[in-house]
Write a protein that binds this ligand. Structure first.
Ligand code: ZN
Length: 463
């Protein structure tokens, strides 16, 4: 059975259109989006303007359970050099000791419900928590990834699962520490996990499997090449994500190891193209910024996490001027809201440059351009046909709540400006993913049941 929808207005790839009819087939594919149309008797009339669902290209689901735990001042005092990404990482490692498959699934389900209610309709899971707390593989080595898949399927969110290749504790093949033992796999074991996850997802248009070398700290050139070659035999177009240049110390260590900065090393030593997502890429010189933009790779930006961890500011103006693709991720999940990511992406630039509308794009409406560019880049990074209301894409759409005060009298072109910069209450009303309604009137269909499971898991984690 196909589905007919009629929206008073919708943000199509060419811009806003009025009186848009959508046809969605039984498998959740968008067959058509026709402006200036009339509803048929079979049409479901949508309650407000429609925008494409936003992909969330970078998530570590388990970190939702520790959001807020790392805001206590470290020894040495707040703002000291001790209180940094590296001290946050110690808190995270300590938290992991009690987290098993049941807890991971419950925390991920809660997170995905929150994502859907915020307007994220697809997520990229950068998944490195593979083994049990002692570092032994589970009986099913892909257990933890399968639990993430179960959580995604229960919530309805689209999933790109990126099992992480993590073998070492620092550049040049340094041994990993005890706290990292749950993460460690050689290329062969990791590729077996990827193959198992692909099998579990076979034929499901709501998911995709790629691979993520954790960072240049966690692989050697040999294991990296072996992992990528293995992935290419599984799926030559599969997405590849890597954390890169998030911290200045990482840049210094990479220079000491190789003589190159990390983004430069990747560009010079691998065939970087549209399959790649460079997560953070915060610390780049002008040449790296230009060449990454020209490669077709996506910069995976996580503004609230990068701010929370004191990482630094992505060189967004130069990167966009060079035509670079980008998308957003909620990463550590201290915030689960695409509006906040987009707002802080722009505000960080304004505060540093002392100018306004720094990231303005094609339409001249900043909020609209940020949403559309992030959706397009996010879709590329997740390797799935999402991020646009166009035939051939998944029917992932967000119906905005036109009753919000910030939207009073806003014409279509200004709607997303108001939401991104003045929407302090959530403006997401209904959310469809792959042709199925998951959120109505701001509430996910399984909100209460999922929340109860999350509360039980959190009680166990608290011991
Ligand atoms: Zn990350």
């Amino acid at each position: 059975m196909s589905l007919e929808l009629f929206a008073p207005a919708a943000r199509l790839p060419g811009g806003w259109a009025r009186d848009v009819s959508f046809v969605v087939d039984a498998e959740g594919w968008l067959l058509s989006a026709t402006p200036d149309s009339r509803p048929t008797p079979a049409s479901e009339r949508l309650a407000g303007p429609v925008v494409p669902g936003q992909p969330n290209l970078h998530s570590h689901a388990f970190q939702r359970a520790m959001a807020g735990l790392a805001e206590r001042v470290a020894p040495g005092g707040g703002g000291s050099a001790n209180d940094s990404f590296w001290s946050w990482r110690e808190t995270m490692y300590g938290f992991l000791a009690r987290l098993g498959p049941d807890e991971l699934e419950a925390v991920a389900a809660q997170l995905y419900v929150e994502m859907l209610e915020a307007g994220y309709t697809a997520v990229g899971e950068f998944h490195y928590l593979h083994h049990d707390p002692e570092g032994r593989p589970y009986g099913e080595p892909a257990e933890m990834g399968l639990r993430l898949l179960a959580a995604a399927q229960a919530s309805g969110i689209g999933l790109t699962l990126l099992p992480v290749l993590y073998g070492f504790g620092g550049f040049g093949g340094q041994s990993a520490g005890l706290a990292q033992r749950r993460f460690l796999n050689g290329p062969e074991a990791l590729l077996a996990i990827a193959a198992r996850l692909r099998e579990a997802l076979a034929g499901d248009p709501q998911g995709r499997v790629g691979l993520a070398p954790h960072s240049l700290r966690a692989v050697t050139p040999e294991t990296l090449r072996e992992g990528l070659a293995g992935l290419a035999t599984l799926d030559p177009d599969a997405p590849i994500h890597i954390h890169v240049a998030e911290q200045t110390r990482e840049v210094e260590d990479c220079l000491a190891w190789s003589g190159s900065r990390p983004v430069r090393w990747l560009l010079d030593n691998l065939a970087i193209d549209r399959r790649w997502c460079f997560v953070h890429a915060t610390h780049m010189d002008e040449g790296e910024t230009r060449d990454l933009a020209g490669s077709g790779a996506v910069a995976g930006l996580c503004p609230t996490t990068e701010a929370n961890l004191g990482d630094g500011l992505f060189p967004a103006p130069g990167y966009r001027a060079a035509g670079g693709a980008w998308g957003i991720g909620s990463d550590s999940h201290i915030s689960v809201d695409p509006v906040e990511e987009l707002r802080w992406l722009e505000y960080g630039q304004r505060l540093v440059l002392r100018r306004r509308n720094v990231l303005a794009g094609a339409s001249g409406h900043l909020g609209e351009d940020l949403w559309a560019e992030a959706a397009a880049g996010g879709a590329r990074a997740l390797g799935r046909p999402v991020g646009a209301l166009a035939p051939g894409c998944r029917a992932d759409l967000v119906v905005l709540d036109a009753r919000q005060p910030c939207l009073a009298d806003r014409q279509c072109a200004g709607l997303m400006d108001a939401i991104v910069f003045a929407g302090n209450r959530r403006a997401v009303r209904d959310v469809m993913v792959g042709g199925r309604w998951r959120v109505r009137e701001g509430r996910h269909e399984a909100r209460e049941a999922v929340r109860a499971g999350f509360d039980r898991a959190m009680a166990r984690l608290a011991g």
